[in-house]
Design a protein around this ligand. Structure first.
Ligand code: IMP
Length: 212
């Protein structure tokens, strides 16, 4: 069975990826001692740039292994694509007195959601369109082999709904099934989410790999 290492310290992400991969004959594992490796600064202007940077950097620690890294976030059309690559630290001006691109720490979900709600306060419902984006990069020995993008289109509500999930899930209404992402079960989330879509593309690519 082919083994892929995922560059994450998030056990939830690892579990999600591992479950789906097994059905495709792919074994998913974490990078050994991941938390002791120097962290990679996510300063790219695109999800792709950050995913490449992480996958390439971490793959150098495990020669010959395929390493996958991801970057994701929420793009809101009325905010010209923000919070985008700054989704995890969007409330930096409120909490850290820094712009998101200067922040060296993530800010908590509640504060990030509060900033989004504040900025969309005067935007009518029909113009509150946006999407979650997830980009996965697969690299080996410091070189990117392939990139996979998944998106989920929806609307940003003016108040949170639902208690599952994380991040912007309670604000993100997904018209296809009439629920927010925070109202989805784990199975529904992996079926409809940007991360699930990118990961399925990655697994199709894995099936085409032959012995190299
Ligand atoms: P990262 O890719 O783990 O760095 O995530 C970036 C940020 O994007 C997270 O901290 C969340 O704020 C947001 N985000 C990414 N994917 C999701 C999702 O599936 N639901 C809710 N928020 C998400």
């Amino acid at each position: 069975m082919r083994r892929i290492l995922i560059a994450t310290s998030n056990p939830g992400k690892l579990r999600d990826f591992a479950g789906a991969a097994l059905r495709h004959g792919v074994e998913i594992a974490g990078i050994p001692d991941f938390s002791s490796l120097p962290s990679v600064v996510e300063d790219g202007f695109t999800f792709e740039a950050n995913a490449w940077k992480k996958a390439e950097a971490y793959s150098r620690y495990v020669p010959g292994e395929i390493v996958v890294a991801d970057d994701s976030g929420l793009e809101i059309d009325a905010l010209n694509g923000a919070p985008g690559v700054h989704s995890a630290r969007y409330a930096a001006p409120d909490l850290l007195n820094k712009e998101p691109h200067e922040a060296d720490a993530n800010t908590d979900d509640e504060a990030n959601n509060a900033r989004v709600l504040r900025e969309l306060k005067d935007i009518p419902t029909a113009q509150r369109t946006g999407r979650f984006v997830c980009v996965l990069a697969a690299a080996r020995d410091g070189k990117t082999l392939a990139t996979f993008r998944g998106t989920a289109e929806g609307m940003v509500l003016n108040a949170p709904h639902g208690t599952n999930g994380f991040g912007y899930d309670p604000l993100f209404y997904f018209p296809e099934i009439g629920k927010t992402f925070a109202e989805l079960t784990a199975e529904e989330k992996s079926k409809y989410s940007h991360r699930g879509a990118a990961f399925r593309r990655f697994l199709e690519w894995c099936e085409g790999l032959t012995g190299n």
